[in-house]
Design a protein around this ligand. Structure first.
Ligand SMILES: [Zn+2]
Length: 305
């Protein structure tokens, strides 16, 4: 009898342990172990191979996602290091047709993952494919599936007054730059906002193409030293530094201007997918330096144009 009750207790403990294990696994499964996510990775891999992007490490990275695009594709990101530590956020393919930005960040994500020294004392968050519907469109397109430029849709203070006016003035109402009917109307916009809210990055690097420049938005107090640093990087990589200015709803405006986050845009020289690997190798040293750059907490903030 005594033996039996001991056995029952033991069995209960084993069952609880198993249940806990299953619960943990299923909590994780909500994100990336689902059939739908595997299907998405298959599609992604197929597209990568069509661009001859090999060894992306796509299936080895611990991706997470909590949101879907309009066409139900995961808005995925990888998070390394502890989120309480200084975070750097890297974004790719905010514009879906800027193809090499995706390979550069896929390669970078894998590179970071297998070199833990990168995130020993900091946190790094990479979202290599912010606008998957634009990336998978045939042909690939700048805007998302709702026809919105998600780098003009962030809810900046000037959005309601200026977004449509600026769109009409600058792009002559060009569909590629449509800011949306209202600010923050798109899942990809909410995705970027959620990453910024959750990880509170001190620095953001957003990859675009094909302007072939660095562009910087951020707080002015540390700007001198940061600009000196950028200037040095710019010379070192023989890559021009240029200030593009702010647009209503753009990341530079939302994160750089309004939230005093150091926001650097790296515009790759072309949007040609076959250049992806070359760009990764060319810009890796500069990106590594950006990751290791320490940003001081100095505030307040004033605008420098
Ligand atoms: Zn772009």
């Amino acid at each position: 009898m005594k033996l039996n009750s001991t056995l029952v207790i033991l069995m209960k403990r084993i069952l609880l342990a198993l249940a806990a294990l299953v619960l943990t696994t299923s909590a994780y499964a909500l994100d990336t172990a689902t059939q739908a996510f595997r299907q998405f990775l298959d599609d992604f891999e197929r597209q990568n191979l069509a661009y001859e992007w090999r060894d992306t490490g796509l299936r080895d990275v611990p991706w997470q996602y909590h949101r879907l695009s309009r066409q139900d594709r995961p808005l995925m990101f990888a998070h390394f290091g502890e989120s309480e530590k200084d975070c750097t956020l890297l974004l790719g393919a905010v514009h879906g047709d800027e193809l090499p930005t995706v390979l550069v960040l896929l390669r970078l994500t894998r590179h970071i993952q297998i070199n833990p020294d990168f995130y020993r004392n900091q946190c790094i968050v990479v979202a290599p494919l912010v606008n998957p519907d634009g990336f998978f469109a045939k042909p690939p397109q700048r805007a998302n599936a709702g026809g919105v430029d998600v780098n003009r849709n962030l809810p900046t203070k000037d959005w309601s007054v200026r977004a449509h006016r600026a769109w009409n003035a600058k792009g002559n109402g060009n569909k590629r730059y449509f800011p949306g009917k209202r600010a923050a109307s798109e899942p990809e916009t909410l995705f970027q906002m959620a990453l910024i809210k959750r990880f509170k990055p001190k620095k953001i690097l957003s990859l675009h193409s094909p302007l072939g420049i660095y562009d910087f938005d951020g707080a002015s107090t540390s700007l001198d030293s940061f600009e000196k640093w950028l200037d040095a990087i710019s010379k070192e990589t023989q890559y021009p530094l240029k200030r593009l200015g702010y647009y209503p709803g753009s990341l530079g405006n939302y994160a750089g201007l309004e939230r005093a986050i150091f926001t650097l845009t790296l515009e790759l020289p072309t949007s040609a997918p076959e250049k992806g690997l070359e760009y990764f190798q060319k810009f890796l040293p500069a990106i590594q330096k950006f990751l290791n750059l320490k940003i001081s907490d100095q505030k307040p903030y004033r605008i420098i144009q």
